[in-house]
Design a protein around this ligand. Structure first.
Ligand code: ADP
Ligand code: MG
Length: 691
């Protein structure tokens, strides 16, 4: 149970004044559901404004306060989506437009009666040959003295929220901050010059002071490290089993290729771990196509040789099926029993698999999360392999580990190339094996960046490609347009693109996206894999696992909307066969400098680790860490720079605390428990109570 001291922080956000059903949605969108979330919703930046006497004194892009008198209201034509404009003039008679888009315009009319001077604060922009202020931050009747602060926090918003609204909620949340015991040692706090927790949080909304921000980021990193160490300690408490294989089964494998040096090395590392009684906790990192499957197979055979079972967990049904087929083929000459269990297995089929697992006749099981439901019992599970690790949360990992009578060894595999500096934050103290060498004979994928406006040429190119007997992927960012959300309206919709391409290519085209029923989705991919369909139009559902060597062209629409890690994974779907492959990255117009640099990087290299490192430089680590998708290591406060600077410190401190007080029962340990709750790493604390 959550400590009482935290109750005021965990109160629902509805308990703040002014939070009705209307703002609940946008608040939720920002992840602000508790009072503490609001208190931690730190400003993205601060604006400093200056007052100007007339428009001539201000320049474009500047934050200003100015007295203006409305002279005319221009509402959009009924039914049109145009903006609402109010033309207003300064004391010298210069004219400026005040502009609103969407619903925000409703208030404008009342606030700006024609002929009455108002004080306006906002950012000066250009509109044609006129100046304009879009969505003014403040409109006041009284003089500039009442305009609020000249320096003001700017919060991240979502539609339906305004800056003053959020600022008001923050103020209420801050007023409710309880006094909490300090989890940082007084000496360390003094030495770093960091403020106490409550002061830091309050100051965080007033300044960008580095010490203030660092303290708050450190807290989050400390919580994360501590939770990961608690998981690790729990793993240690549970005895594992030393497994040594005799190599007989591995010797019977007839692989059509020789292992790479990196594969051999990784297998040796795994074998070494499994021979220890302490349960293995190892991450196998290897780019798409690096050959992780065969490494996993060797690990599983070690378990089977030692008389145990192995289970392999895949993130999707499709991937589970593919692994099953691949492994079954490779296992052919060994006589090892392998089975597939997904959520779709029903009735007699399912019963028979459950029996086989219980009596041990099934030696290797491949499946989706269905393999760790309560009803699935193994005779003697020795190894768990988790493919695409980042898609699974810590909780799932633990529940699977709890399956064996003795903790099984765990091998996690990921193709997400995480920069070295961040591995610690994501995977805590897992040991890492890296497949940093691709199998020989891989051809480079010819990657080109093409303007979206050259669509006709691209489609013609696809036509030639299909005519030559090859297959192609066409990837879109979304399934369909989202109504009434203007900035998303231009996102290419997979459905619309499919309809257009179908007119041209007929039944050769098939559509697959995440909103289809799994059977239909799989059937679509199957049609493509078997060669019946020649062009697969898809969203990112094909990001992992689809393996069709005859597909040698990939078109990615609005490539700038994807993360680089994602583009890299998508591109990995081609270049799998002997033929030369091509990847076309279509980009929209008006791309930022960073946007251009990111696409250029994709063109330049195919090295996932380099892409990861440089993307990090270009735009920060949130996306790479997969925080948005998995929530596993969601860092809301610490930014990349702080991670690099403070993570080693926080991790060292967490380790020290664990060494001295592994049960977190000392006063500082108790304080650290609060911290774990505060940052929603309470899975760490839960382990403590169980142990
Ligand atoms: P990933 O790391 O993306 O899971 P896979 O295990 O699917 O990669 O391997 C990709 C392809 O490379 C497969 O077709 C596999 O048979 C092949 N492969 C794996 N190891 C080697 C090797 N040492 N030499 C040649 N081909 C290999
Ligand atoms: Mg794989």
């Amino acid at each position: 149970m959550r400590p009482e001291a935290l109750n005021p922080l965990f109160a629902e956000v509805q308990s703040l004044e002014g939070v009705g059903p209307k703002v609940m949605k946008p608040l939720e969108k920002l992840g602000l559901t508790r009072v503490k979330d609001v208190a931690y919703h730190l400003p993205e930046r601060f604006v400093s404004r200056h007052a100007i006497a007339d428009l001539d004194a201000g320049s474009e892009g500047e934050q200003v306060i100015i007295a203006l008198t409305p002279i005319e209201h221009r509402a959009p034509r009924p039914g049109s989506r145009g903006p609402y404009r109010v033309l207003a003039q300064d004391a010298a008679g210069n004219i400026c437009a005040l502009t609103w888009f969407g619903k925000a315009a409703y208030g404008a009319k009342k606030l700006l009666p024609v002929g009455e001077q108002r004080w306006i604060a906002g950012r000066l922009d250009r509109y044609g040959d006129m100046l304009q202020i879009v969505h003014p931050d403040h409109i006041e009747v009284d003089s500039a003295a009442n305009m609020g602060r000249l320096s003001e926090p700017v919060y991240r918003l979502s539609e339906g929220l305004t800056q003053p609204k959020v600022a008001g909620l923050v103020e209420q949340a801050l007023a409710r901050l309880p006094e909490l015991p300090e989890w940082i040692e007084p000496g360390q706090l003094a030495k770093a010059g960091w403020p106490a927790w409550r002061d830091a949080l309050r100051l965080g909304h007033e300044t960008t002071n580095e010490k203030v921000r660092d303290r708050l980021a450190y807290d989050e990193l400390l919580a994360n490290s501590l939770a990961l160490l608690l998981v690790k300690a729990e793993g240690r408490r549970r005895k594992g089993q030393a497994l040594a294989g005799d190599g007989v089964l591995r010797g019977k494998l007839q692989l059509p290729f020789a292992l790479t040096g990196a594969q051999t090395r990784s297998i040796a590392e795994i074998e070494g771990d499994m021979a220890q009684e302490a349960p293995m906790l190892r991450l196998l990192q290897g780019d798409v196509g690096a050959g992780k499957t065969v490494v996993a197979l060797n690990a599983m055979l070690i378990a089977v040789e030692a008389g145990k079972q192995a289970a392999m967990l895949a993130p999707t049904e499709i991937l589970a099926r593919q692994h099953f087929e691949t492994l079954r083929k490779m296992l052919g000459p060994t006589g090892v029993e392998i089975a597939l269990l997904t959520g779709r297995a029903k009735g007699r089929e399912r019963e028979s698999i459950l029996m086989g697992l219980m009596d041990g006749s099934i030696q290797i099981l491949v499946g989706t999360h269905a393999i760790f439901q309560d009803t699935v019992n193994y005779r003697d599970l020795g190894l768990v392999v988790i493919d695409e690790q980042h898609r699974f949360g810590v909780a799932q990992r633990l529940s699977l580990a709890a399956k064996g009578r003795r903790a099984p060894h765990t091998l996690a595999m990921t193709a997400t190339p995480i920069p070295r500096s961040l591995t610690l934050a994501q995977y805590g103290e897992m040991d890492v094996s890296r497949l940093d060498e691709l199998p020989p004979g891989r051809q480079a994928i010819d990657t080109r960046v093409v303007g979206q406006d050259r669509m006709d040429e691209v489609v013609a190119g696809v036509e030639r490609h299909l005519a030559s007997g090859q297959q192609a992927y066409w990837v879109c960012p979304m399934v369909r347009e989202i109504d009434g959300v203007p900035d998303l309206a231009d996102i290419a919709a997979a459905e619309a693109r499919y309809a257009a391409l179908k007119e041209r290519f007929g039944d050769a085209v098939v559509l697959v996206h995440g909103q289809l029923r799994p059977e239909i989705k799989d059937a679509g991919i199957e049609r493509f894999a078997s060669g019946q369909a020649r062009l697969l139009v898809a969203t990112t559902v094909i990001e992992v696992g689809v393996d069709v060597p005859a597909a040698t062209l990939m078109v990615i629409e609005q490539a700038e909307r994807f993360g680089l890690a994602q583009l890299h994974q998508l591109r990995g779907r081609v270049g799998r066969g002997a033929e030369k492959s091509t990847c076309l990255l279509l980009r929209g117009s008006g791309l930022s400098e960073t946007g251009r640099a990111r696409l250029a990087l994709m063109r330049e290299t195919q090295d996932g680790f380099r892409i990861a490192e440089e993307d990090l430089e270009l735009r920060g680590g949130g996306e790479l860490l997969g925080t948005r998708q998995s929530g596993e290591a969601a860092f809301r406060i610490a930014n990349l720079e702080q991670m690099q600077k403070l993570l080693p410190v926080a991790h060292g401190d967490a380790r020290l605390l664990m060494e001295r007080d592994g049960g977190l029962t000392s006063p500082r340990g108790e304080a650290a428990r609060l911290l774990l709750y505060l940052f929603e790493r309470d899975w760490g604390v839960q382990l403590l109570r169980g142990g």
